[in-house]
Design a protein around this ligand. Structure first.
Ligand SMILES: Nc1ncnc2c1ncn2[C@@H]1O[C@H](COP(=O)(O)OP(=O)(O)OP(=O)(O)O)[C@@H](O)[C@H]1O
Ligand SMILES: [Mg+2]
Length: 229
């Protein structure tokens, strides 16, 4: 409840759903659902397999249309909000797996800028900075298709950080990671929230690795959303 009160005063820092009905194929993910929640720090979107977590993240980005209602992220509808959001999908497509990881990050750096494209050198430097930030420099020049699941997660995180987003939507960033990899990633995410002030919304079934780290939990169940702070 405290969270709801705060976000009412700071809609630019939160997520607002008003009477949202959202379906994926024939599955109803949300039915007339409303929610007001801050997105500072780390927000865990939880729910069983198939509850609709990935679909909701995609709806926040305008990649899936709503049947009814509206979603505002930081006060903006999806098409505008996504200019400030970095997204790491749950699974990557098999496109361009022979290209080195660094090329994928350079493409993200270029693709997310408005106006004239960056010159080659600044683009390379920015991609290298993001790969270093996520601990992916060592395998940046290997083809994406030859990287392990955990290594690909780090490259995906570097791509999501392109364009200096103020919010990250990370779909299952801890899947495919061993225990040590999960700890490293959780520390990295904490660093992004604490040092750079980036808000993070993540989905994960790894509740143990995240205990004591997340700021709040949003539970998606039976077509509704519930917040635990
Ligand atoms: N493009 C689609 N066409 C048809 N059904 C879909 C589509 N996308 C998702 N679904 C269905 O919608 C439901 C929600 O899927 P979603 O991927 O959002 O769940 P999730 O909570 O992310 O699950 P998980 O924890 O397994 O990642 C599932 O029943 C899924 O089969
Ligand atoms: Mg999912």
């Amino acid at each position: 409840m405290a969270d709801t009160e705060k976000v009412c005063c700071q809609p630019e820092r939160g997520l607002v759903l008003r009477d949202v009905t959202l379906t994926a194929g024939s599955t109803c993910v949300l039915r007339d659902a409303s929610l007001t929640v801050l997105l500072s720090g780390m927000t865990l979107l939880s729910g069983r397999n198939g509850a609709g977590k990935s679909t909701l993240l995609r709806a926040m980005l305008g990649l899936v249309p709503l049947q009814e209602g509206e979603i505002l992220t930081h006060g903006l509808p999806p098409a505008q909000a996504r200019q400030h959001i970095g997204y790491m999908p749950q699974s990557v497509t098999d496109a361009a797996l022979l290209l080195p990881a660094v090329s994928h990050v350079r493409a993200a750096v270029d693709g997310l800028r408005w106006g004239l494209p960056l010159h080659l050198r600044p683009r390379r430097e920015e991609a290298d900075r993001l790969l270093a930030l996520t601990g992916a420099s060592a395998f940046a020049h290997r083809p994406l298709g030859l990287l392990s699941g955990g290594e690909r997660q780090r490259v995906g995180l570097a791509q999501a950080l392109a364009g200096n987003p103020d919010l990250l939507l990370l779909d299952e960033p801890l899947a495919a990671l061993d225990h040590a990899g999960q700890e490293q990633t959780v520390r990295l995410l904490e660093d992004l929230t604490d040092r750079l002030g980036i808000g993070i919304v993540l989905t994960s079934h790894e509740t143990e690795a995240l205990s004591g780290v997340v700021t709040r939990v949003v539970q998606l169940a039976d077509g509704g959303l519930h917040v635990r702070v």
